[in-house]
Design a protein around this ligand. Structure first.
Ligand code: DAT
Ligand code: MG
Length: 148
């Protein structure tokens, strides 16, 4: 089954949105297979956001993600990578539709509450940056019979 890396950023944790965000993905029917509250080191932040290292906002992005704990998660489900991106909304909350996480809770691009992998390759890369194999679980949820 497809997996994605989702992360409530420091602003989302500080604002008490962890439960709200977890609830949205749970209610959708996706399955949580790993989660932890953690501080992100500068090295991990730079590795995670390596594709943006030439962008003018890279320094701010690294400072922000390391400023306070994040809630790191791995979710599993059919088409979960693309669907989670839709549920998150556009990168800039000003363009994010109401009903999406960034549309409902965010105002500015520098504090857009949640990260989600954008492709199968990013998902695999990001999951391996934040989680060890033994931190991820495999289990059957009976409810999946009513989802798939
Ligand atoms: P996404 O998080 O939707 O995948 P991205 O990968 O293009 O977006 O950018 C990573 C993060 O960088 C994004 O969540 C917020 C920040 N960011 C993107 N564009 C920015 C900009 N123009 N100014 C400041 N921060 C920006
Ligand atoms: Mg991205």
């Amino acid at each position: 089954m497809e997996k994605t890396y989702l992360m409530v950023k420091p602003d989302g944790v500080q604002r008490g949105l962890v439960g709200e965000i977890v609830a949205r993905f749970e209610k959708k029917g996706f399955q949580l297979v790993g989660a932890k509250l953690m501080s992100v080191s500068k090295e991990t932040a730079e590795q995670h956001y390596a594709e943006h290292k030439e962008r003018p906002f890279f320094g701010e992005l690294v400072d922000f993600i390391t400023s306070s704990p994040v809630f790191a998660m791995v979710w599993e489900g059919e088409n979960v990578i693309a669907t989670a991106r839709q549920m998150m909304g556009s990168t800039n909350p000003k363009d994010a539709a109401p009903g999406t996480i960034r549309g409902d809770f965010g105002v500015t691009v520098g504090k857009n509450i949640i990260h989600g992998s954008d492709s199968p390759e990013s998902a695999e890369r990001e999951i391996s940056i934040f989680f060890k194999e033994e931190e991820l679980t495999t289990y059957n949820k009976q409810i999946n019979e009513w989802i798939y």
